[in-house]
Design a protein around this ligand. Sequence first.
Ligand code: NAD
Length: 485
Amino acid sequence: MATLTHPEPAEAASSADGYRHLIDGRLVGSSQSFDVFDPATGEVFAQCPSADRADLDRAVAAAKRAFPAWSRTPIAERRAMLAAFAQRIRDDAEALHPLLTREQGKPLADSLGELQRIGDHIEGMASLPLDSVVLSEGPRERIEMRWRPLGVVGAIAPWNVPVALGMHKVAHALYTGNTIVLKPSPYTPLTTLAVGALAVGIFPDGVFNVLAGGNELGALMTGHPDIDKVSFTGSVATGKKVAASSADSLKRVTLELGGNDPAVVLADADVEAAADGIARSAFANCGQICMAVKRVYVAAPLYDQMVAALVKRAEAIVWGPGTRPGVRMGPIQNAMQYDKVASVIDRTRADPAAKFETGGQLPGGPGYFVPPTIVTGLADDAALVCEEQFGPVLPILRYEDEADAIRRANDTRFGLGASVWGSDTAHAAAVGQQLEAGQVWVNRHGGNPVNVPFGGAKESGLGREHGVEGLRSYMEMQIVTVPVA
Ligand code: NAD
């Protein structure tokens, strides 16, 4: 067995409401802190410790020190420690989920679901094979393709599914023998810090570190000389900065970025089933999912029916504070994103062609609420069609022929996901193959098992996470050629 350490939590250096960074196996505070807001009220409800360059240097140095022993720890032992961590998260999900709702806004049931699924994800990733591959074996030599861990991973997460997206990176990094420094979004840092605290005593010191801080901490990470790989999930604009900053030291980089996923509804689609699936995707998490349906293209003969079916579903969604019983859609997570969504709505309202089929009226606070909104009549170059709205505002567009729908669906710099809806599933799959997206679903949108690689085409990303390919993106290929005796 690898040596397990059981550090005592260090005294906090700040009074940031009891939240602590995890550095070198210890929970530590900071002299600085920043505000965390409740998006349902717009009010500050907690202080979060804010890591500075010295904290980052300490965490990276600890991760670097821990790497040699961790990378040599047998896979079965790494897997067992990850399983212990997964179980602690399961055990604490019930107690932690109100905090996630408080800082992120999503309904309590969704917060509980996010936390409960993390354990299975960690164990699922840690059950995938990491075997080497024999490329050739002749009378003279044997050539093998192997993968070695890279070193210290810097992981940077967004605010929409904050804990799961961070912890998925932890599973990738630690199972493959890397060590990690994880930075949650400054909008949603607290539950990730709380989950980080659950790791104390499970992994050797320095293997797993969590630091909260602002965007500048992310930039320090991507420029840090002792971070060997950056795994980033966030917006396209920040992803480009991450890629540029990482280029200096040729860090390995995985970018999971934004999307503007089309759903193409074919003329033979089951309207009710398609409306169920599309509405579920478009309005889940208040539209704040990278791979949500963000534009719907409907074959002309089904158009009116489809608009009516989607409006019915949008109007049935109970929205409000995530803590209120029965609420299925909470607020937008933060003021910056609320302003972006409000701006898209304003620009859409100014378009004489736009028709708000439902929604579009902002209640105006307190809290960052946007009702489920459906808009028709837009041209292909309207902001709501071209931009990633990342909110519950869905444009529906009519098309006359499939080739035209495919061309319009592809007329974007994004390429994360896409779906095609139709009764002839072979035909729908053939249409899907023509869509420029990292993943295409027929008759559903989103959601993959853990062994399926996920990532974006075009500006929606670089590389893949999840599945064996995702694990290998945290490793360097090594070809080993050995003479046969
Ligand atoms: P963001 O790009 O603003 O921030 C993401 C993270 O990057 C945060 O932790 C932030 O502090 C950090 N950051 C900001 N500036 C940085 C810099 N210069 N260098 C390094 N780090 C920096 O994204 P967001 O608004 O938090 O997240 C929403 C976006 O994330 C949407 O576009 C969404 O589609 C995308 N997303 C993608 C996926 C995916 O898997 N493809 C999943 C979820 C979200």
